[in-house]
Ligand binder design. Structure first.
Ligand code: C2E
Ligand code: MG
Ligand code: MG
Length: 353
């Protein structure tokens, strides 16, 4: 947490710098600090995201552990709903990977994605997650829940021209429609190898996949480049959403991003919506969809239909925090088998190894 009495723009720079060094920054507080402010910030931290399971110190994963983990289906998809801000209707889910690492509990992406990247295993991860996503899309559909799904794609997977054909074939094999799948790419990544990436993005769009620009506002794209990308969705980064209620600069960035989305006919999604104030603000600014803890934390796939039945958008003054129910469900230690062995999933023909 950055605590300082100096000018807000300097504090902001320090915060950005700390994040760039890989430090998890909870936020910034101007002096004097009150206990209430500290409490608010600490309450925002997700135990699932922060605590290595059982309080164990994590060891850096070896290439062999990662390969075994992929072969043994230890990398499991969690799903976080996205909802329409106008109607409250659930429109889709984002697939987020969790690693049920033997002896280490449930790990979140920041603990292991970099190792998969270093070992050149991101393509295998993408395939595993895409398969699980298709399986759940079918299972949810059987229960009357028709949603689309978004899967994160690393830049490394987009460097290879053949990836569009491979993903297309995989999705058809899984009996799914590529038009129901959005691939989320981070803006920073997209811009570094422009020609190759443009080639792959165009192929993916031709095959029916939708494309989302993730964490928008944190990368270095020029508007000109963005105009040439075949994106269908823009996701406003959660740092701006978090700061928006108290920071005019963040509000301006969101406004400009939403304006751009409208002009380029992209669907807009606000990420990291954590409370009613943020929901109201991005809604008033004209954002189309929202995702975040205020709506729900990421959950195992078999929980989604029950959650969808229970979910009600905030319509009254009262702070209706249905999302708050979810941590209680997912925080309990859960084995990989328990996570995926819901009867609906087995009925859909997919079971953990
Ligand atoms: P992302 O794609 O921007 O995903 C959103 C992240 O924000 C997720 O973290 C999600 O749990 C978290 N989040 C959602 N709502 C809130 C909120 O209200 N407050 C806060 N504080 N956080 C919220 P997660 O699951 O830890 O994933 C982090 C990043 O790791 C993702 O960012 C994505 O870039 C990457 N990632 C996750 N799964 C995969 C994957 O399967 N493949 C690849 N290539 N990357 C992945
Ligand atoms: Mg994403
Ligand atoms: Mg994002």
């Amino acid at each position: 947490m950055v605590v300082s009495g100096v000018d807000a723009s300097i504090v902001h720079t320090v915060e950005t710098m700390a994040r760039a060094y890989g430090i998890q920054v909870l936020g910034t507080i101007s002096k004097p600090v009150t206990a209430r402010q500290l409490e608010d910030y600490l309450a925002k931290t997700s135990p699932l995201a922060m605590v290595p399971a059982d309080g164990a110190v994590q060891e850096v994963a070896t290439a062999e552990e990662l390969r075994n983990g992929l072969a043994n289906r230890e990398f499991l998809a969690f799903f976080q709903p996205k909802v329409s801000m106008a109607t409250g209707e659930i429109t889709g889910v984002e697939t987020l990977v969790r690693w049920y690492r033997p002896g280490q509990g449930v790990l979140v992406p920041k603990d292991f994605i970099y190792r998969l990247e270093e070992e050149g295993l991101m393509d295998l991860l993408l395939e595993a997650l895409l398969k699980q996503t298709c399986t759940y899309l079918r299972a949810w559909s059987d229960r009357g829940l028709e949603v689309d799904a978004s899967v994160n794609v690393s830049m490394h997977s987009l460097e290879d021209i053949g990836v569009a054909d491979r993903l297309h074939a995989l999705v058809l094999e899984e009996d799914c429609d590529p038009r129901r799948i959005t691939l989320e790419v981070t803006e920073t990544d997209v811009m570094s190898k422009l020609a190759d990436v443009l080639n792959v993005l165009a192929r993916l769009r031709l095959k029916g996949f939708k494309l989302s620009i993730d964490d928008f506002g944190t990368g270095y794209s020029s508007l000109q480049q963005l105009n040439h990308m075949p994106f269908t969705e823009l996701k406003v980064d959660q740092t701006f959403v978090r700061e928006a209620p108290s920071d005019e600069r963040s509000r301006s960035i969101i406004e400009t991003s939403l304006d751009l989305a409208r002009k380029l006919s992209l669907k807009s999604v606000a990420e990291g919506v954590e409370n009613r104030a943020e929901w109201d603000l991005v809604k008033a600014m004209g954002c189309q969809e929202a995702q975040g803890y205020f709506i729900s934390r990421p959950m195992p796939g078999h929980q989604l239909p029950d959650w969808a039945e229970m979910w009600q958008p905030p319509t009254t003054e009262e702070d209706v925090r249905y999302g708050a129910l979810i941590p209680a469900l997912v925080r309990k230690p859960m084995s990989a088998a328990a996570c995926l062995s819901g009867p609906r999933v087995l009925a859909a023909g997919w079971s953990p190894a």
